[in-house]
Design a protein around this ligand. Structure first.
Ligand SMILES: [Zn+2]
Length: 322
């Protein structure tokens, strides 16, 4: 259920809305502000569901017929507007106006609108919208969503209760990845390599990324056993993957650097393979600062390097000198 996700990822927003729903002291107008991937849109639908759900406790049950239709944007008294790349036109708002002048059609008797990217509203459109919010007998709730509060018209900001969604952190990404059935090792690596939640699933399915994990694990295992053999392995496995070679190298370098960082931080992994590799590093002598430097240099040169294989050769050369 999304409400459980919200409770862990946005505890302040969760508690604020829960209190308002329990005490029935809801604002007529909300402004959700936060980065992409912070669950603003899902929260707006959860709030909309919570206004009309018959089985709600504080939040909606998220399962009943009304909840389902709301989530699918199939609820007659919900108007959802999302104009991603252009100004929200006044005609759209006039259409909304036209529908909201009539009484609510569903039996809950509540009218709700959600406007995503509300910084794109024109003054005229915003003013005609706010009219509904100010009607004394109105049974209308408005939810405005934005990533950039500076771009939102002051008339909207001043009439709305603003809820700030905190930026996601690595723990949130990690937990989200586990929820999506991504294995603990990939979840750990991904959550450290990306900055937006929307990138988690695509990266978990990225072939170059998965190839790089495989090469990395094999390489480290060999590195602490037989260095010379590990270098041969690295050269050969990179050479064998001609397709997306540069991506594989980039992921390999990023994962290796993260591994050294985890080693230094005494990170404990839930993943058996990764945890064994960290133990190997702990039990073996290696000049981690020089190794790290070699990896950082290669990572920095990657963008301008003409040949990926040559870059790997240079990395190995530096590692030999350590
Ligand atoms: Zn429900």
């Amino acid at each position: 259920m999304f409400k459980e996700v919200l409770e862990t990822s946005q505890p302040i927003v969760y508690q604020t809305l829960k209190n308002a729903l329990e005490s029935e002291h809801l604002s007529h107008c909300y402004l959700f502000v936060g980065d992409k991937g912070t669950h603003k849109l899902e929260t707006s639908f959860l709030l909309a569901q919570s206004l009309i759900c018959e089985n709600r406790t504080a939040f909606a049950c998220e399962k009943c017929n009304s909840c389902r239709r709301m989530k699918e944007n199939n609820y007659v008294d919900l108007i959802y507007i999302d104009e991603d790349d252009k100004n929200i036109k006044v005609e759209l708002i006039e259409n909304l106006q036209h529908r909201f002048e009539k009484t609510a059609l569903e039996k809950a008797g509540k009218k709700i609108f959600i406007i995503n990217n509300c910084e794109r509203l024109t003054i005229k459109a915003a003013n005609s919208l706010l009219k509904f919010i100010e009607e004394p007998a109105g049974n209308t709730t408005g939810i405005f969503i934005t990533t950039q509060v500076d771009g939102v018209l002051p008339t909207i900001v001043s009439r709305s209760q603003t809820l700030n969604f905190k930026p996601l952190n690595k723990d949130d990404f990690f937990n989200y990845a586990l929820e999506k059935n991504i294995d603990p090792l990939s979840a750990h690596l991904i959550s450290n390599l990306i900055s937006r939640e929307v990138d988690i699933i695509p990266l978990s399915k990225n072939r170059s990324f998965n190839k790089a994990i495989e090469i990395f694990c094999q390489f480290i295992q060999r590195y602490f056993d037989n260095r010379t053999e590990s270098y041969f392995y690295l050269q050969n496995s990179i050479a064998a993957n001609k397709r997306n070679q540069r991506d594989i190298i980039r992921f390999f370098l990023d994962i290796s650097l993260l591994f050294i960082q985890d080693y230094l931080n005494g990170f404990e992994s839930e993943d058996k393979t990764y945890s064994d590799l960290l133990t190997l590093a702990k039990n073996n002598d290696f000049n981690y600062s020089q190794v790290m430097k070699a990896f950082i240099d290669s990572r920095t040169s990657l963008n301008k390097a003409a040949n990926g294989l040559l870059l790997i050769d240079q990395l190995i050369y530096k590692l030999l000198e350590v």
